[in-house]
Ligand binder design. Structure first.
Ligand SMILES: [Zn+2]
Ligand SMILES: [Zn+2]
Length: 173
């Protein structure tokens, strides 16, 4: 299995440029952790708990997107739980919508009926996208109101969040 991921498997930050990645003991780039979390093969904050990590992320998100703090904590925890540092394994996320593929029932299906390891059941059925003509802009318009309602934030702020989030997903690159 290739372990190339688009978000840090400790904090969830998008990994886009080579500089975003942390470093291994020999100075090479980490493939799964960001440079804030991981330097020279160790975590910069080895004893941090998932709750503390969520607290940090929530503080930033609540400032950037005007999310009420208690909503931000819950959201941050949800984002962190599937990451390798906290779940113990790399859980693939749907390359179209970002949903974690925790079990086979979350996965879409190929033409032969086998589970897709790349897309979720909502996005991909029988080897094809359920909504093949969806553009990234439409995706943002579709998800932003849901996120706005869930997090109790203005739709415009939710659009910014979905915009950044979708930029990490291979379908929209
Ligand atoms: Zn990180
Ligand atoms: Zn999906």
């Amino acid at each position: 299995m290739t372990e190339i991921v688009s978000i840090c498997q400790s904090c969830g930050m998008p990994l886009q440029k080579p500089d975003d990645y942390g470093t291994e003991p020999d100075g090479s780039k980490s493939r799964i952790f960001c440079h804030y979390c991981y330097q020279k093969g160790t975590f910069t904050d080895p004893d941090i708990s998932i709750k503390e990590m969520a607290g940090k992320g929530a503080a930033i998100m609540s400032e950037m997107y005007e999310i009420p703090p208690e909503k931000a904590i819950g959201f941050a925890l949800e984002q962190l739980q599937p990451l390798k540092r906290w779940s113990g394994r790399i859980i693939p996320v749907c390359e179209s919508c970002g949903m974690p593929l925790m079990s086979e029932t979350d996965c879409g299906t190929e033409v032969d009926g086998t589970a897709s390891m790349r897309y979720c059941t909502h996005c991909y059925q029988n080897g094809a996208f359920t909504d093949p003509d969806l553009t990234r802009e439409e995706m943002i318009k579709k998800y932003a109101p849901l996120m706005a309602a869930e997090l109790d934030i203005p739709v415009q702020k939710a659009e910014e969040m979905v915009e950044i989030f979708t930029s990490t997903l291979p379908r929209w690159k």
